[in-house]
Design a protein around this ligand. Structure first.
Ligand code: APR
Length: 236
């Protein structure tokens, strides 16, 4: 069914979440062993936490950056790259900050939540390599500001260019596929709804149920994305 929808589509857009990277060994957020399982994101992933809980903030993001050094995109990312190269997928909208889409050669990627693979000054915006945040004992920018990961913290504005690309691609889509997201966070979870309202077909591939399953044309749950992509690829 998904292979047929992909073949019949003229403009497929894919929205990805942390569930697309768990098979590479990176934790997601809301599964039973997810990052928010025994932590309150609002005490860690916010500007307030960065300013008033800075030691834990630094340790949390250093731990997540270090995790990136030991993992690579799994075979599912390569299949997605092949489909993008063949024009089967036109673009990706991702909530992930692991950079795996870019590493896998995916071209048009809207990184809604920024990236862990870089850091920047919270005051002047000067960018620094990830290693600066990982290794430097002094996270003070030349301007005096605090050097923090280039990820979007809860309550922060999303990058305008990523939002515009996501809006544009969602409006172009006649097939909108969600891969590995609980669809709990706005505005990312609005794009599947907008696509559906525009008349696109909506597919959700996610082990657990999501709040948008009831408006989807196809829901594939209880199965790992890697297996689903491999199986679909055999009949594309
Ligand atoms: N195959 C299919 N689904 C999977 C797999 C897998 N291998 N691994 C995990 N999942 C599913 C989980 O069941 C879960 O519902 O992926 C979903 C991931 O959901 P979340 O952990 O909530 O991650 P995500 O939707 O990306 O979170 C969105 O929340 O905290 C913020 O900024 C953070 O970008 C993140 C945003």
């Amino acid at each position: 069914m998904l292979a047929k929808m992909l073949k019949e589509s003229n403009y497929t857009v894919v929205l990805t979440g942390a569930g697309l990277s768990t098979e590479s060994g990176l934790p997601d957020f809301r599964s039973s062993n997810g990052l928010w399982n025994n932590r309150n994101p609002l005490e860690l992933a916010t500007v307030d936490a960065m300013e008033h809980n800075q030691e834990e903030f630094i340790s949390f993001y250093r731990q997540r950056m270090k995790a990136l050094l030991d993992v690579v995109p799994h075979a599912g990312y390569r299949i997605l790259a092949e489909w993008a190269d063949k024009g089967i997928i036109k673009s990706f909208i991702t909530q992930n900050v692991d950079g795996f889409h870019t590493i896998s050669g995916h071209k048009d990627v809207a990184q809604l939540h920024g990236t862990l693979r870089e850091c920047r000054c919270h005051n002047c915006g000067e960018t620094y390599p990830m290693e600066t945040f990982l290794e430097s004992n002094d996270l003070t920018c030349v301007c005096g500001g605090f050097i923090r990961p280039s990820v979007v913290l809860f309550g922060e504005m999303l990058p305008e260019d990523a939002i515009h690309l996501a809006e544009e691609e969602t409006n172009n889509a006649d097939l909108f596929i969600v891969l590995g997201s609980s669809l709990q966070v706005a505005p990312a979870n609005l794009f599947p709804q907008i696509a559906k309202q525009n008349g696109a077909k909506l597919v959700i591939v996610n082990i657990e149920q999501t709040p948008l399953d009831d408006i989807a044309d196809l829901v594939i749950n209880k199965r790992k994305i890697g297996e689903v992509l491999k199986e679909v690829n055999e009949s594309i």
